[in-house]
Write a protein that binds this ligand. Structure first.
Ligand code: HEC
Length: 142
C-alpha cells in the first residue's frame, strides 16, 4: 500500500469516527425528547378537528389549508381566546361553515387549540442556529 493510500484511509477513518460521534450526540440529546401528551379533553377536540376538516381551511404551524387563518396561537392572541373561538364555531362567518357544536364539543375544541398554543409560537421569529446544527427556538413550555 502506498503512503498516499494510507493517508487517505486514515483521513477517511477520522471522518467516519466524527460522523458516528455526531450521530450519538444528536440521537441521545435530551433536546429531541419532548413528549407531547394530549389530555383526554384535548384529544376529543383533536378528533372533532379532524372529523370536521378544520385543517382543510386552517393551518397549525403553517401546515393545512389556506382559506382561513393559522390557528396555532389563536388561543393566546390579543383580543382573542376562548370566547372568541367559541363565537366563530357556530356562527358561519364569511367562508367559515356554520357548525352545530354542543357546548361540550366547543369546550373540547378550545382545549385542543389551547394545547396547540402551549406548544410554541408561529411564526417564530426568535430563532437562532446553534453551532451543532440545532435551531434554538423560544418555546412556550420551557
Ligand atoms: C371551509 C373553510 C373552513 C373550515 C372547514 C373551517 N373554517 Fe374556521 N375560518 C374559515 C375562514 C375563512 C375564517 C376567517 C373568517 C373571518 O375572518 O371572518 C375562519 C375563522 C376561524 C376562527 C377565527 C380565527 C381568527 O384568528 O380570527 C376560528 C377560531 C376558526 N375558524 C375555527 C375553526 C374550527 C375549529 C374549524 C373546524 C371545526 C373550522 N374553523 C373550520 C374557514 C374555515
Amino acid at each position: 500500500m502506498s503512503k498516499k493510500t494510507k493517508i487517505n484511509i486514515s483521513i477517511f477513518s477520522v471522518f467516519i469516527i466524527l460522523f458516528c460521534f455526531y450521530n450519538v450526540l444528536v440521537y441521545t440529546s435530551q433536546d429531541s425528547k419532548r413528549p407531547v401528551e394530549l389530555s383526554y379533553e384535548a384529544s376529543r377536540g383533536q378528533v372533532l378537528w379532524q372529523n370536521n376538516n378544520c385543517w382543510s381551511c386552517h393551518q397549525v404551524y403553517g401546515l393545512g389549508g389556506y382559506l382561513g387563518p393559522d390557528l396555532t396561537n389563536v388561543y393566546s392572541a390579543r383580543y382573542k381566546g376562548e370566547n372568541y373561538i367559541k363565537a366563530f364555531l357556530n356562527s358561519g362567518l364569511k367562508q367559515m361553515p356554520k357548525f352545530n357544536f354542543s357546548e361540550d364539543e366547543k369546550d373540547a375544541l378550545v382545549t385542543y387549540l389551547k394545547f396547540i398554543d402551549s406548544t410554541g409560537y408561529y411564526p417564530n421569529y426568535d430563532a437562532s442556529f446553534e453551532i451543532t446544527g440545532w435551531v434554538d427556538l423560544e418555546n412556550k413550555n420551557e
